[in-house]
Design a protein around this ligand. Structure first.
Ligand code: DGY
Length: 322
């Protein structure tokens, strides 16, 4: 019998790439980025697809693979780029990479919070401009977290890891919003479950740690920003589409919040002349939440495991129930 065919849409981190190169009894067809049309053609005679979050796994991809494709294995914890109903309809399983990226993503969320609180973007611009005048008691004053209220939107694995990292900075209180109470996680950080409106009104630092879905798309819009404290900081390390970027720009300009720090945007990357990129009170990173050697290697290895297991009909190490 010919070996199963695994289509891989991109290069993997070095150690995982070596493992992929040496994978026994699998025909690996690896690409360095595929157009949507190329992806459709590639899955038509594949048993497995290993992809990343910038590959749109839409209904037509599922249809193109139907009959032969057994598994889609995404190297990400988020799977909003996947049409899960279409996979289910065609009996295609979905693997993903939870847990292994929790620490790195929470680290990035804290990084963004500190960059925003200490107005690092403005400070770095002073250095780069050569216009700095040395030490001053009054220039570039930021804020600190001691005694403040931390608000976490979505107290799942990453929300919890973020709260655990931020608590030692001296927050007096933690509130969280989520569709359902997360009692065990809440107990671990002494967090109170509140409605989003209350969180927005009370939090000094708001960290978005929830998945993108129909309920969270555009959650941070003009109505949400109008409820925030003018001194508050918004950090989004989840998905760009949770924040309405036009409304964010207007809210920053109107002084409805102090700073937004984003690891994720729509599109990625934003053009360099985008008003949010140029805004002194908006810090943007290029979706590097999980971008450490250790984490990306672990994600890619887990995705390989999921792909191989799925092609062979075995249980996946991490499977999205469809
Ligand atoms: C994910 O995995 O969903 C992150 O956004 C990328 O690490």
């Amino acid at each position: 019998m010919p070996p199963p065919v695994l289509v891989v849409t991109t290069l993997l981190p070095a150690a995982a790439q070596q493992r992929l190169d040496e994978l026994p009894n699998v025909e690996v067809r690896q690409h360095r980025g595929l157009s949507h049309a190329e992806l459709l053609a590639a899955v038509a005679d594949a048993d497995g697809l290993l992809c990343i979050l910038s590959d749109a796994i839409s209904r037509d991809v599922a249809q193109a693979g139907a009959g032969r494709l057994k598994v889609v294995s995404t190297v990400s914890v988020g799977y909003d780029h996947v049409d899960t109903a279409a996979l289910r309809a065609h009996g295609i399983r979905l693997g993903y990479t939870p847990d292994v990226l929790t620490d790195a993503t929470a680290d990035t969320t804290v990084l963004l919070a500190l960059l925003a609180a200490r107005r690092a973007k403005e400070a770095l611009a002073v250095v780069a401009s050569g216009q700095g005048r040395g030490f001053s008691l009054s220039h570039n004053l930021g804020t600190q977290f001691t005694g403040k209220t931390l608000g976490i939107v979505g107290l799942g694995r990453i929300g919890l890891a973020t709260a655990l990292r931020l608590l030692p900075f001296g927050f007096a209180r933690v509130v969280y919003s989520a569709p359902r109470a997360q009692d065990a996680h809440a107990r671990a950080v002494g967090a109170q479950h509140v409605a989003l409106d209350q969180l927005l009104a009370e939090a000094d630092l708001v960290c978005v740690c929830c998945p993108l879905n129909a309920d969270t798309r555009g959650l941070f819009d003009s109505r949400a920003f109008a409820q925030m404290k003018p001194s508050a900081i918004l950090v989004n390390s989840a998905r760009g589409a949770i924040v309405d970027q036009g409304d964010l720009l207007a809210a920053l300009d109107a002084g409805q919040l102090a700073h937004a720090a984003l690891d994720v945007t729509v599109p990625e990357p934003l053009p360099p002349n985008h008003p949010l990129v140029l805004h002194p009170r908006c810090t943007i990173l290029p979706h590097i939440g999980s971008a450490t050697i250790e984490t990306r290697t672990a994600m890619a290895n887990l995705a390989i495991d999921n792909a191989v297991a799925g092609m062979l009909g075995f249980p996946l190490s991490a499977e999205v129930p469809l």
